[in-house]
Design a protein around this ligand. Structure first.
Ligand code: ADP
Ligand code: MG
Length: 701
């Protein structure tokens, strides 16, 4: 009954009707009264204030004026394209302009009648005017004037054209509230409201739409944000519980010969404490009988590859196959080469499978994976093609997982009778709030320690007219036997101008670094996989001192002798990308350098990024700054954006609230894991309603 009222179609609201209802649906996704109430103001204006024309001096704020309209003119022949008029009060007059609805405009304004004008002023030729302001007859009894703060709502041109400007939406909100206010159900249990000092839900809706002061806005916002994050956290935590308690997976009981032999005889260096701890955490998951879904975070160069290998050996010890998937061929090749070196002298059957694997070889790999003789396979997307059939895949490791979508990861589930244990590895440090939201249903391990002897990379920001200095520096470094990356932005590999910039840069370098004394190689997305690999190999084997490249080298490439990273047009990269690129150097014992090159012309945002890079080497600091500058959708790619669409919650701004809410959700679930206690009845119902339609991603991390 109560629910029904909130589910009333918006078309039934007085002043809406079928046509406007359709526009509200299309433009704002508002179908029902409830949807309408969930359109929250993005800011507030003080409608009790009436301003004067003479005081208009700012094109960023809204003005509310009362006055008369005169001098209406239609401009343009033979057909009018624009109408102008004067709006006057006792302090002066200002132009108002219309481009649309000209047919009716003649009859719209009557001389001598007082109107309320509401809108943002525009500045045009050093004069202010109003373009398409909202105008209506002044009615001293109008409930919206003189009532304190009024919400400003999202509106679109189409909405405004159809008489649904922000002011009208505010009025509709008020109408809805009048009808349903008493029926807005509470969703949080009483004890939680008390404990968290939250106002009841119906007051929150009232105060957010019709506040009388700022304190009411704050109370309402906090309550509604809390609620949204709370239900979201409940969902994540329940997914996790479900996985831990019910999704069965293979039990890796033993630590056997493969692991032990490697550990005792083939370990190329002592593991760091962080690496040891992480392997222990993973081993605990693997033995639990439930499916592991773990995220392994470790800054660039922290040594994730050897962890991956050792975990794969555990799978082998228990009679299972394992695979390692990387986002690019370069990276897959490199993993294969590294692992090959480390497994030298051990009796393990492993292979590389990518798009360039020759057909004969490919068939052999398919056959051996199917009959179980192939124990480890390393590769790219080629691993998840349907032709790849495993006899008993027990573990799937996904490197630099932000390059993969959830569906791609899910593909591994079809490749085994029971879902394989899954480890996703990322070098993109995830800010705390995102770890709790986007990754809130995964377990997280962190390698928070770099291998010993690393010197922090020194980072400098130089301008493109410092090129001579940069060249001299490069020559010094090469004379010391070091190698250098020069990276060009190429956001889309197809972008023509970007390729031209790279080509021009490459040619300029060829002039400054002539053969035979110097050797350059070049690597970008337009090369065939074979050519890319050949160029890469020349760099790896030190047959070239300078590698000119696009971001194809961004992920994972490991050439410890490379000690200089020069990033051209660095302002075009985001912070996490810059940090990734910088991570390509500083992998050996030598002092390494990162040089960010930009023009003098930089946006504030660009300046901030350069400053952040020069002042910090800490991936977590950089990720937090990135989140602040760009918001969660952009940060590191992480999970597909769009999965978390919040109405009022904001992953970027609610950094303080989220951990608190998560804790409250954890406590509630500890007390009532199935949400069956009577005091949680409303909560359970709201939960069901919220998540009835969402696909359950819990199974696939
Ligand atoms: P990432 O975490 O970025 O994938 P890698 O696994 O590529 O890092 O390791 C980076 C480099 O550090 C490699 O050259 C690797 O051999 C080396 N390395 C990894 N762990 C250790 C360690 N415990 N001691 C010394 N060097 C290590
Ligand atoms: Mg790596």
């Amino acid at each position: 009954m109560e629910q029904n009222l909130l589910q009333t179609k918006i078309a039934y609201l007085k002043g809406v009707g079928p046509k406007k209802a359709e526009i509200l649906q299309k433009e704002l996704g508002v179908f029902t009264y409830q949807d309408m109430l969930n359109q929250f103001p993005f800011r507030y204006i003080d409608r009790s204030q009436i301003q004067k024309v003479a005081n208009i001096n700012d094109d960023t704020v809204y003005y509310q004026l009362i006055g008369t309209i005169s001098n209406l003119q239609l401009i343009g022949k033979p057909r009018a394209t624009r109408a102008t008029a004067r709006f006057s009060d006792d302090s002066g007059s200002i132009e108002i302009v219309f481009f649309r609805g000209l047919k009716w405009i003649k009859d719209r304004f009557k001389p001598g009648v007082r109107y309320v004008l509401f809108g943002k002023a525009s500045e045009f030729n050093h004069n202010f005017n109003f373009v398409h302001p909202e105008i209506e007859e002044y009615n001293p009894n109008d409930p919206l004037i003189g009532e304190g703060l009024q919400g400003v709502y999202n509106s679109t041109e189409r909405l405004r054209d159809n008489g649904l400007g922000p002011r009208t939406i505010a009025k509709l909100q008020k109408l809805v509230l009048q009808q349903v206010w008493d029926f807005i159900p509470e969703t949080l249990p009483k004890y939680l409201l008390e404990q968290e000092n939250l106002i009841p839900r119906k007051y929150a809706y009232y105060q957010i739409h019709l506040p009388s002061n700022n304190i009411e806005i704050q109370q309402a916002t906090r309550r509604l944000k809390f609620e949204e994050h709370f239900f979201f956290q409940l969902k994540l935590l329940r997914n996790k519980m479900h996985r831990e308690q019910t999704v069965k997976s293979h039990v890796f009981e033993v630590v056997g010969d493969y692991f032990n032999e490697f550990y005792q005889h083939h370990l190329p260096f002592p593991l760091t404490n962080a690496q040891k701890r992480v392997i222990k955490e993973i081993r605990r998951d693997l033995a639990s009988g439930h499916q592991m879904n773990r995220l392994l975070q470790g800054d660039v160069g922290s040594g994730k590859t050897i962890v991956a290998l050792m975990v794969m050996l555990l799978a082998l010890d228990n009679g299972f196959q394992a695979c390692l998937m990387a986002p690019t061929e370069i990276l897959a090749n490199q993993h294969f080469a590294t692992i090959k070196e480390m497994l030298e002298g051990m009796n393990v059957n492993f292979a590389l499978l990518t798009g360039s694997t020759k057909i004969g070889e490919r068939r052999k790999i398919y056959a051996e994976l199917a009959d179980g003789t192939m124990q480890i396979v390393i590769g790219t997307h080629a691993l998840i093609e349907s032709k790849v059939v495993f006899k008993n895949l027990g573990l799937a490791i996904i490197d630099e997982q932000h390059r993969f979508g959830v569906e791609q990861r899910a593909k591994f589930y079809e490749k085994a009778a029971l879902p394989p244990h899954t480890l996703v590895m990322t070098a993109t440090p995830i800010p705390r709030t995102l770890a709790m939201t986007q990754y809130g249903d995964l377990d997280v391990s962190k390698i928070d320690e770099l291998p010993p002897g690393r010197k922090p990379v020194q980072t400098y920001h130089l301008y493109s007219d410092d090129r001579y200095r940069i060249m001299v520096f490069m020559k010094q470094q090469i004379a010391l036997g070091r190698q250098i990356y020069v990276v060009y932005p190429c956001i889309k590999e197809s972008e023509k101008t970007d390729m031209i910039a790279l080509q021009a840069g490459y040619e300029a370098l060829l002039r400054d670094f002539p053969e035979p004394q110097y050797k350059l190689c070049v690597c970008h997305g337009q090369l065939s996989a074979e050519d890319k690999d050949w160029e890469m190999q020349r760099f790896i084997t030190k047959n070239a001192q300078i590698m000119v490249a696009t971001t194809v080298i961004e992920v994972g490439v490991n050439v410890p002798n490379a000690s200089v990273m020069i990033i051209e047009n660095a302002n075009r990269f985001g912070l996490s990308q810059l940090h990734q690129l910088r991570g390509r150097v500083g992998r050996g014992a030598d002092q390494s350098y990162c040089i960010l090159v930009t023009d003098h012309k930089l946006t504030n945002d660009g300046k901030m990024r350069m400053k952040t890079m020069c002042s910090s080497n800490d991936g977590f600091v950089i990720a937090e700054a990135d989140l602040e500058l760009r918001g969660p959708g952009e940060t590191g790619g992480t999970r597909q954006s769009g999965q978390i669409e919040m109405m009022i919650g904001d992953l970027q701004k609610d950094g303080e609230l989220i951990p608190h809410v998560r804790e409250a959700a954890i406590n509630l679930l500890a007390d009532d894991p199935k949400l069956i206690k009577p005091e949680n009845r409303m909560l359970r119902e709201h939960y069901k309603e919220l998540f009835a339609q969402t696909f359950d991603w819990s199974q696939i991390g």
